[in-house]
Design a protein around this ligand. Structure first.
Ligand SMILES: [Zn+2]
Length: 97
């Protein structure tokens, strides 16, 4: 009896694990950065903040690949539409996870 309930619960947790846990992972690269560092967060805003903090850290360390990624970002920021499209793209990828 207890076993049957446990099996049922396991099935529910398995099929809804994403909803129950609610954590999503994206890499620095996927977020426009330069390395494979993983960020895990519940919301896109949170993950964007984590990647930004990491980017700033790498910037302070003069890490060349991150400096280049940041330059590309800054070029994007010159155009609000391009920046928004970029953000929407990243957010869409996050939502699909
Ligand atoms: Zn990185």
């Amino acid at each position: 009896m207890a076993e049957a309930i446990e099996n049922k619960l396991n099935r529910i947790f398995d099929s809804n694990s994403k909803i129950i846990i609610g954590m999503k992972t994206m890499t620095c690269k996927q977020l426009g950065g330069a390395c494979n560092k993983k960020f895990t967060a519940e919301t896109f805003d949170e993950i964007a903040k984590m990647s930004k903090e990491h980017g700033m850290e790498m910037f302070q360390q003069n890490d060349v690949p991150h400096l280049q990624a940041m330059e590309a970002m800054q070029a994007l920021m010159q155009t609000p539409e391009a920046m928004k499209a970029w953000m929407d793209d990243k957010k869409a990828k996050f939502d699909l996870l």
